[in-house]
Design a protein around this ligand. Sequence first.
Ligand code: C5J
Length: 230
Amino acid sequence: MNHTVDVPAEPSSFPLVAGRTALIVIDMQRDFLLPGGFGESLGNDVGRLLKVVPPLASLFAAARAAGVMVVHTREGHQPDLSDCPPAKLNRGTPSKRIGDPGRYGRILIRGEYGHDIIDELAPIDGEIVIDKPGKGAFYATSLSDVLTEAGITQLLITGVTTEVCVHTTTREANDRGYQCLVVSDCVGSYFPEFQRVGLEMIKAQGGIFGWVADTSSVIPALARLSSIPA
Ligand code: C5J
């Protein structure tokens, strides 16, 4: 029987299970977060995403200290765009589409500077990085196999953006039977109303997609988990 620590959360407490919990970090990439990058070039205020970085860095430290598996994702495509469906490619402002040149290299193309994770939240040795062509982290990736092999059942979900890749991944995970806690101060949106409603939707109707709590609840629970003898 694995030790469990309950996190105070909405709509009810969330069970953090030792050895069965993973921290999922969605798309904390330069293209979305850096001033002058793709996200900002679309007229977005990247400050709304950057404010996630300090609490997420603290959550990383607590998760790593507790021995929780950390999985990072990056949204992006092959340089020849063969994994980018025309319906995704031909959308948005011409000259600011996937594969076009941007301040930090070709937009959302694997191997480009802008596609990679920001320095403050760079993966450390042993952490898994999942490259995903879609919004959801399970679509066309090895994430399901990675989590199954590690015996993971509980997910702490963080990253950007709340209403797009965080939501899509949470819904995919929920349908696959994972219990998902979305960490509210570690997810960000360019749009304050989407941030608020995105979080409301997850925990509505008795937690239809999962649970919501902030780092003031999750970090102490991780500390309790790390103090439990193996
Ligand atoms: C978007 C994402 N918003 N990571 N990607 O296109 O949410």
